[in-house]
Write a new protein. Structure first.
Lengths: 231, 231
DNA sequence: CGGGATCCCCCGAGATACTG
DNA sequence: CAGTATCTCGGGGGATCCCG
């Protein structure tokens, strides 16, 4: 049985009817990163009950947001893939993610970072107005056990899961990467004190930092030691 | 007791934790239009149980999204007003509303149009790239029993609830206004067949139509014989 | 009359076990 | 691997009641 309608001829109400169920946005976030199998989704969303995931996938399929691809063959796996209709959610989910990130400073007790959460955060933070580098640059970003890669093209930014075969620069960090995206973490100092670890062409870090921006709501008053300027 | 966390360091998860409860987005939509009293919200959201509205308002207040203003004085009314933090949701809710409107053609059985839904739909549909008129134009838009007004300034578009004292043009329509926003309703023909009723400076209709755009997902090819198909 | 609080019922979510 | 089955429990739907 589907959730009751809100009874209004309203785009936001329609969206809320399709997306408002618990875990639905998280499932879509994961599928926006890449098509996933059932168990991929389970492991990427710790805490989701299996019956709830099962129910959500059926509802999303019925709403025309998810396609279920049963692969017959060697690996009899089932892959869930977003429809174009669901992919059109990207701008809206990015806006929501930016809003939610505006007062997300550090992980709360027990909060983890997943591949999908990192890709989602970076995609949401791509600045349209960023100066693009003269030539393509590639990065690998690692936090804890998740790795994603970023491509700075001369005309676009791409974020995708997994490592990059030949990145110009490998950035290894912790949740403090959040501050780098906000512009409240001085890159050179962060490298100096080990918050950020670089491997490769360190000079490419500036282009990376300039390509993203996820501001905090109330720019925290400069920490005494680091009077960091913000944009 | 608040809803459980998703356990991830993720802006979208934070947003979902604050906004994902049933009716929350609708309450915020109404408050984005104007501060409201408890009974205003009840009447603007037919079907919401009073205990749910009460609970949502408390949660929103605790999350720093709503301020409760108890007016002592002649009218001892309580007014709920959004905080700046909640007003920052506007772009995200607009994006969601556009997405939800993309396959919202006609009202489903029993669906109504409220003041907040109309203001919200128009605000979500403001095109940033629209040509602005040489001088300010004002409109009053009426559907069924709700009336809102629109101001086309030379550098911005404003949508607000209620009538306008001296509109250049009064537009009276039905849900087919949705098709006008999508660009699939020919204004001159709609006026001719009574779908749109104008009162005032009819020549201002073009500027109005050009200022908004809420496309359908699959743009239905302009049906030459029957311009209007769905209802 | 505005602004809720209280009650009951039931569905949906959480947790876990089990199966094709 | 990809779910279904079952149970419990909290939260939403709906109606009514209460208080200043």
């Amino acid at each position: 049985m589907r959730t009751r309608s809100y009874g209004q001829f309203c785009g936001l109400a329609r969206a809320a009817e399709m997306l408002g169920q618990r875990w639905t946005l998280m499932v879509l976030r994961d599928l926006l990163v890449a098509p996933r199998r059932y168990t991929d989704l389970l492991s990427g969303l710790p805490g989701i009950p299996t019956n709830v995931l099962s129910t959500r996938l059926k509802e999303l399929e019925q709403d025309g947001l998810v396609m279920r691809e049963a692969r017959s063959g060697a690996d009899r796996s089932v892959v869930y893939r977003l429809t174009p209709r669901a992919e059109a959610l990207q701008p809206a989910l990015d806006a929501l993610a930016r809003w939610g990130a505006a007062d997300m400073h550090a992980p709360r007790e027990g909060e983890i970072i997943t591949e999908a959460s990192l890709v989602s955060a970076l995609r949401a933070g791509i600045r349209a107005d960023a100066p693009r580098p003269a030539s393509r640059r590639t990065y690998q970003v690692a936090i804890a056990d998740v790795t994603v890669h970023v491509t700075l093209d001369t005309d676009a930014v791409h974020v995708a899961p997994g490592p990059h075969p030949h990145p110009h620069l490998i950035i290894t960090a912790g949740p403090e990467l959040r501050d780098l995206l906000a512009g409240t973490l001085d890159p050179t100092q962060a490298v100096a004190d080990g918050t950020l670890q670089l491997s490769g062409d360190s000079s490419a870090l500036g282009d990376f930092a300039a390509s993203f921006h996820v501001p905090y709501r109330d720019e925290p008053s400069a920490t005494p030691a680091t009077p960091e300027t913000r944009r």
